[in-house]
Design a protein around this ligand. Structure first.
Ligand SMILES: Nc1nc2c(c(=O)[nH]1)N[C@H]1C(S)=C(S)[C@@H](COP(=O)(O)O)O[C@H]1N2
Ligand SMILES: [Mo]
Length: 245
């Protein structure tokens, strides 16, 4: 049995530890709230995201990273539509061009027919949005590596990142070249074997199965290459730049 003296001493110790930890938690919270921010979120949280990116790149990419694929029969017939930033104006194939800004400053201007003339690749995978939904979907287009090779974008391939923007520049993403060069990454012009619906990126969108939905830019206008991270719409609003799965 503890004596009243021992109980009092233990009570004092317990309360002291409790108040000490509370004070430490409050100080940590105050510090995180009042420190500088990095692209919209406190530096502490941002560095956790960046550490996650280093772990994902280091461990998963070493083993030829690919998303799980499914038979076409498993794909949704009417895939969900999400996110319409940069899709306000109606667009027509006659005037649309994919603009590719090359390393030497020249810009390629490609029609949809130019892109469809390249070998076609299908991908059926589980599309995941950071909002929490996912869906098996079926897409077709031109593998990004086939595209680079066909247009002899050799110098461009040496850059660390690809930047993509809608024609009106309202939505934009930046993606690491390693992820762009995976076999499942396509410049996509068809969904369920038919041309893309307007609200799902007609005439051309990105499909990159190793990333969350935010990176699958719909309605590509301009593509450029860079060694620093290109601007990224949702990164600027606090999300993870890498957004890998
Ligand atoms: N131009 C553009 N592309 C976009 C978005 C957007 O708002 N604008 N939203 C993204 C998000 S958050 C998701 S989940 C997917 C949704 O693609 P879906 O409409 O084909 O399902 O598109 C991505 N691409
Ligand atoms: Mo999303």
């Amino acid at each position: 049995m503890a004596t009243p003296g021992q109980i009092r001493r233990r009570t004092i110790i317990s309360f002291s530890v409790f108040f000490f930890l509370m004070a430490a938690a409050c100080l940590a919270w105050y510090f995180i709230q009042h420190q500088s921010t990095n692209n919209g979120i406190p530096t502490t949280f941002r560095s956790v995201l960046d550490a996650n990116e280093r772990i994902t790149r280091g461990t998963i990419f070493s083993s030829n990273h690919a998303a799980k694929t499914y038979p076409v029969s498993k794909a949704a017939e009417a895939p969900r539509v999400n996110g319409g930033i940069g899709l306000d104006e109606p667009i027509d194939t006659a005037t649309w061009r994919l603009k590719v800004v090359k390393a030497n400053g020249d810009t390629l201007q490609l029609t949809l027919a130019d892109i469809q003339a390249l070998p076609k690749t299908d991908v059926v995978f589980n599309f995941k949005c950071i909002e929490g939904w996912n869906q098996i979907t079926y897409w077709s287009g031109v593998r990004f590596t086939d595209f680079l090779q066909h247009y002899q974008l050799n110098r461009e391939t040496g850059f660390g990142y690809v930047g993509l923007q809608t024609p009106d520049k309202q939505y934009y993403v930046g993606i690491d070249m390693a992820s762009m060069r995976l076999d499942q990454t396509i410049l996509c012009f068809a969904m369920n074997g038919k041309p893309l619906p307007q609200n799902q990126g007609y005439p051309l969108r990105l499909i990159i199965p190793v990333k969350y939905g935010i990176k699958h830019l719909k309605r590509i206008g301009t593509m450029f290459f860079s060694n620093t991270r290109p601007p990224d719409y949702w990164y600027e609003r606090g999300y993870d730049y890498y957004s890998g799965l």
